[in-house]
Design a binder for this molecule. Structure first.
Ligand SMILES: Cc1cc2nc3c(=O)[nH]c(=O)nc-3n(C[C@H](O)[C@H](O)[C@H](O)COP(=O)(O)OP(=O)(O)OC[C@H]3O[C@@H](n4cnc5c(N)ncnc54)[C@H](O)[C@@H]3O)c2cc1C
Length: 269
């Protein structure tokens, strides 16, 4: 699709000031439904890892569909990268499936969200729980120096249905090994979880179940407790709901009135 810009007639008068026009510079498929893409980045756009942007794709008539997407790229990269699932019947997904290098993507000027490290009180272990494309903000966080210096242990748990959905698997291992080689700061324990097929060296149940039956903590060798652990959860709303009650029962709380807490969430729908 050669995404055309909306015309004056299709936009409210002030809207033009709220967004910028960026271009697709690279995109690739992990599976037919799972895509990563990069767009140009305005040097004036700044974000804290964990936040999301609002992206717009116009149709041929100039009508724009806007959706939020978490940044996957590092805060210092000179491009912006996103990980997107193409949902059957979804309007943005339909347009996204046709996107080519050089096409226009609209982007609102601010970044948004609270899945950021400043929402959490200091701790020893940062647990990052992601389902599907919910991995995205954790990639951005791990590409930053802050968590490696602020924590002793980083634990990344990425749950997907099929092994082929384990996007960025090699990148995660490379980031982990690069930090291990330097020997400074936190270590990273990465747990891919595949729920719908048998996959060697992966856990294979829903994340809340792996916590409740003790398998995850035993594999990580670290207890998930509110004294020293901080938790971030991103993706599927059912995971967020189950994790919220599970963590709450263990004494975790979200930040309140500016006071950092022990857990933070981002739900994708
Ligand atoms: C704060 C925030 C950040 C988000 N970041 C991302 C991101 O980084 N990557 C991403 O792929 N999506 C992300 N989403 C979801 C995204 O904004 C769109 O909803 C999604 O791309 C589908 O858009 P659509 O118009 O095609 O379908 P929609 O009409 O928006 O959604 C249709 C249905 O698809 C399902 N769905 C939506 N998003 C997902 C998803 N990510 N994985 C599985 N099923 C889904 C839900 O059942 C939803 O009801 C985010 C959502 C929020 C609220």
């Amino acid at each position: 699709m050669n995404a055309r810009l909306p015309t004056e007639a299709t936009l409210p008068p002030l809207a033009a000031a709220k967004w910028r026009e960026e271009r697709v510079i690279h995109h690739w498929h992990w599976t037919p439904q799972l895509v990563s893409f990069r767009i140009t980045r305005d040097p004036a756009f700044h974000f804290v890892p964990g936040r999301y942007a609002r992206l717009g794709l116009a149709d041929a008539a100039g009508e724009v569909v806007w959706r939020p997407f978490s940044m996957v790229s590092a805060a210092h990269d000179d491009f912006l990268e996103f990980l997107v699932v193409l949902v059957a019947g979804g309007e943005f997904s339909r347009r996204m499936a046709e996107l080519k290098v050089g096409d226009t993507v609209l982007m609102e000027k601010p970044s948004f969200g609270f899945l950021t490290l400043d929402q959490l009180a200091p701790g020893e272990t940062l647990w990052m729980f992601a389902s599907g494309t919910g991995l995205g903000p954790f990639m951005s966080i791990l590409r930053d120096q802050v968590p490696w210096r602020a924590y002793k242990h980083l634990v990344l748990v990425h749950s997907v249905r099929h092994a082929q959905d384990l996007a960025y698997r090699r990148d995660i291992v490379a980031i982990r090994d690069a930090h291990a080689e330097i020997g400074l700061g936190a270590d990273l324990r990465y747990f891919p979880v595949v729920t719908r097929e048998a996959e060697p060296r992966t856990l294979s149940a829903r994340i809340p179940q792996l916590i409740e039956d003790g398998r995850l903590e035993s594999a990580a060798g670290i207890p998930l407790e509110s004294g020293n652990s901080r938790a971030m959860v991103c993706g599927n709303p059912e995971l967020a709901k189950d994790m919220r009650s599970l963590l709450k029962a263990r004494g975790f709380a979200t930040s309140r009135r500016g006071a950092p807490g022990q857990m933070a969430f981002e739900k994708y729908w």
